[in-house]
Design a protein around this ligand. Sequence first.
Ligand SMILES: Cc1cc2nc3c(=O)[nH]c(=O)nc-3n(C[C@H](O)[C@H](O)[C@H](O)COP(=O)(O)OP(=O)(O)OC[C@H]3O[C@@H](n4cnc5c(N)ncnc54)[C@H](O)[C@@H]3O)c2cc1C
Length: 389
Amino acid sequence: MRTQVAIIGGGPSGLLLSQLLNRAGIATVVLERRSRDYVLSRIRAGILETGTVDLLREAGAGARMDVEGIPHDGCLLADNGEMFRIDFAAACGRKVMVYGQTEVTQDLYDAQDAIGATIFNEASDVALHDVDSDTPHVTFRHGSKDHRLDCDVIAGCDGFHGVSRQSIPAALRQEFERIYPFGWLGILSRTPPVSDELIYARSDRGFALASLRNPMLSRYYVQVPLTDRVEDWSDEAFWDEFRARLPAEVAARLVTGPSIEKSIAPLRSFVSEPMRWGRLFLCGDAAHIVPPTGAKGLNLAVSDVHYLCEALIQRYRTGSEAGLDGYSARALARVWQAMRFSWSMTTMMHSFPEHGGFDRRMQQTELALLQRSEAARRLMAENYTGLPF
Ligand SMILES: Cc1cc2nc3c(=O)[nH]c(=O)nc-3n(C[C@H](O)[C@H](O)[C@H](O)COP(=O)(O)OP(=O)(O)OC[C@H]3O[C@@H](n4cnc5c(N)ncnc54)[C@H](O)[C@@H]3O)c2cc1C
């Protein structure tokens, strides 16, 4: 087989890149290790930045989002029960959209089907070859057959555990990492959300987040030690702990019910530089991971896709490789901004085992600054709703 751009990974970044390139007349083949049902059952991100919303519309995959997504123009922050609001619209004139990653992925698969894009689900043994030459190719197994896919460029959109980043020689990669000493226990429940807007709640018992997917689907999290296992947490234990970390007036109106999904995600900040090697370009979680506190993971994948797509369109329309040569630096400049924001939100809102009185005072002071200072609120709102692409 031959294509112009071979895309490894059919998560949000791979599918969006394929969709945008196909619409620009550039041929793609997507190789995804898992079945479509598996990819569509993963419960992950839920907050879309303005730029993400715009790009999904541009890709022809925004129609359902515009009907079912819920625009949010603010969020609530709480510190040991004291709660205040950050008004994004007033602070920076922008909003975010509440719309689950599962829905985004479904819409992208539907859009890809509508234009007849080529996606191999359950492609195994994907391997990259001759990446540092002008004639790269990818081999994989599908069904009972081995395949070879020749291409001009490979887009590594296969997430943190994928094969693309690992194909770059270790000596050419520089990795930056912070592993946080806790994870997030999250549940999904078919109950009315306790708040119309997200509540980020810091307390001496640890962090909690009240989020939502739609008016009858709540997504709630509590910070837990890394040693905890999902089996250790009954629904009742979760609800008790979650309630105890919320401001009293919020806890009083919490509606509980059985969890329909329950999982623990470790928190990590990670960047691998550069995001290019030869004809391979990394996008999304394949190159970087943020802790979910700033709601940036999915959005960063989308901004990478935007930069890579622009560079590829330039290459195929004009023959110029300038955009591809600049891709890594351009994407990383935005990645590090989102790293800083996610790290600062995580540090401000969580209990760290090693923290003492000084660190606690710093958290209180950061939160007080946001309450008092219009400039601080504006900085947070600009970052939360998304820095421009
Ligand atoms: C448990 C969890 C919770 C999260 N919660 C949030 C959140 O609340 N907010 C937020 O903003 N972000 C969150 N994120 C992060 C967000 O989901 C990711 O940033 C986003 O999915 C990145 O998209 P991606 O397409 O780059 O990578 P992925 O979504 O990881 O997609 C990569 C795809 O590549 C496929 N793949 C992997 N290896 C191979 C291979 N060898 N061959 C072929 N295909 C392969 C995978 O099956 C997958 O479908 C969460 C992530 C996790 C894991």
